[in-house]
Design a protein around this ligand. Structure first.
Ligand code: ZN
Length: 278
């Protein structure tokens, strides 16, 4: 690490040792797990516009194409494993210095690393929700059903995005068969918040509660481009709560951060776990 980064990590270590840390994580935390951050420096700009709730529910052709792409994207995200950054956050939680975790990610990798009570602002791709009866089922089971319904599906993903959507030529999408809820025949949708949808208010309230009671808000791997994450930084700053950001590249939270470390999370975070408690 560069000297400046070493010094910054030492300061962050002191802050963390004081406890009361609430983590807000974004896509940058999962890039080392092979999930691209389409907004960050390591990710390419996405080729298609993201699926909106309105299009998904009202346009059968768009929905069919979405499921074909998402089915392929899931093959990669479903095989992703937590990285050193996820493991460090889980270890800090087990040590009692991290008191809450709020994530913008939908990959479930915090929990896979052993973290508990994670507030998933945008949901979780590993769950499927029925829009009619509300039943939640597993993505693995749905993936098996889609494989069975599409034995000849030979689509090849060109590129996939952090939300599990994949880029696929339209001629590969024709003929893809979708499946419905086994309990009621209703429309199925990944249990994630789409563009055009609002984050469920109880998740937002829980996140604000965690932030307002924190000593330090630690932002990990988020450019804070969207307000759904940035509002927590704004609230912390307003209340005089310390904000630390570890992110590769610029973020929109920088003006509010007492500490901004522009370095890879996979290098910075393990150092913090190794630090002795105060
Ligand atoms: Zn149902």
């Amino acid at each position: 690490m560069e000297l400046q980064v070493v010094e910054q990590v030492a300061v962050l270590g002191e802050w963390i040792a004081e406890g009361g840390v609430v983590v807000l994580s974004g896509a940058g935390l999962s890039t080392d797990s092979g999930i691209p951050d389409y907004r960050g420096p390591s990710g390419s700009a996405r080729r298609s516009t993201p699926m909106t709730y309105q299009t998904f529910t009202r346009d059968p052709i768009a929905r069919r194409r979405y499921w074909a792409r998402s089915h392929l994207g899931w093959r990669t995200i479903g095989e992703a494993h937590p990285n050193d950054g996820h493991r460090a956050v889980a270890a800090l939680q087990q040590q009692g210095v991290v008191g809450g975790i709020v994530t913008q990610n939908v990959d479930g990798l915090h929990q896979a690393a052993g973290a508990r009570d994670v507030v998933e602002l945008h949901g979780n791709l590993t769950r499927i929700a029925c829009l009619a009866c509300g039943e939640l089922t597993s993505r693995v089971a749905l993936s098996d059903r889609l494989d069975a319904a599409n034995p000849a599906f030979a689509g090849v993903a060109i590129e996939f995005n952090a939300d599990g959507d994949a880029e696929l030529a339209d001629d590969h999408l024709d003929g893809f068969t979708t499946v419905d809820c086994r309990s009621c025949g209703g429309m199925l949708k990944p249990d994630v918040v789409y563009f055009g949808e609002t984050v469920p208010p109880e998740r937002v309230a829980r996140s604000f509660e965690l932030v307002e009671n924190a000593r330090t808000l630690l932002v990990l791997g988020s450019s804070l481009t969207v307000m759904s994450g940035r509002r927590f930084v704004l609230r912390a700053a307003k209340l005089g709560i310390r904000v630390a950001i570890v992110n590769r590249g610029v973020t929109r939270g920088e003006p509010y951060a007492g500490l901004f470390i522009d370095a890879p999370l996979g290098i910075v975070l393990p150092h913090l776990v190794a630090l002795p408690a105060a």
